[in-house]
Design a protein around this ligand. Structure first.
Ligand SMILES: [Zn+2]
Length: 122
């Protein structure tokens, strides 16, 4: 089970000023059959790298402390959001859920297992 209590509290407080976006990503779509990143347009490539960073962050063995912070890539009025990204693995379906504590962008990532970003299989 994943708790989104903190996020809900945040989003209701800022509903008028913020339009948070939701992303559902099958991260395998960015990869070729050998697991390498496809030659993508720059914007798509950036998205793939951001999502990959979330997967790396979540799957990194917890012995490697302190963990690096993960920051939001969203732009609000052309300024980088830079909010902290909170992410976890859903123990039910193993999707990775993430959300930005500042702007409320959030989403889930599927099919990340055994990709180049998955640190659990190393
Ligand atoms: Zn953000």
């Amino acid at each position: 089970m994943v708790s989104h209590a903190r996020f809900q509290q945040f989003s209701s407080k800022n509903k008028e000023e913020l339009m948070s976006r939701i992303f559902y990503n099958n991260i395998k779509l960015y990869l070729d059959s050998e697991g390498k990143i496809l030659p993508l347009a720059k914007k798509t490539m950036n998205r793939a790298e951001h999502l990959g960073a979330i997967v790396e962050h979540v799957t990194e063995p917890s012995s490697q402390q302190p963990r690096k912070g993960l920051f939001c890539w969203n732009k609000i009025n052309r300024k980088a959001c830079n909010g902290m990204i909170d992410a976890c693995i859903d123990t039910g379906n193993f999707h990775i859920h993430w959300h930005c504590l500042k702007c409320g962008d959030h989403g889930s990532i599927s099919h990340w297992e055994h990709t180049l970003w998955d640190k659990t299989s190393r």
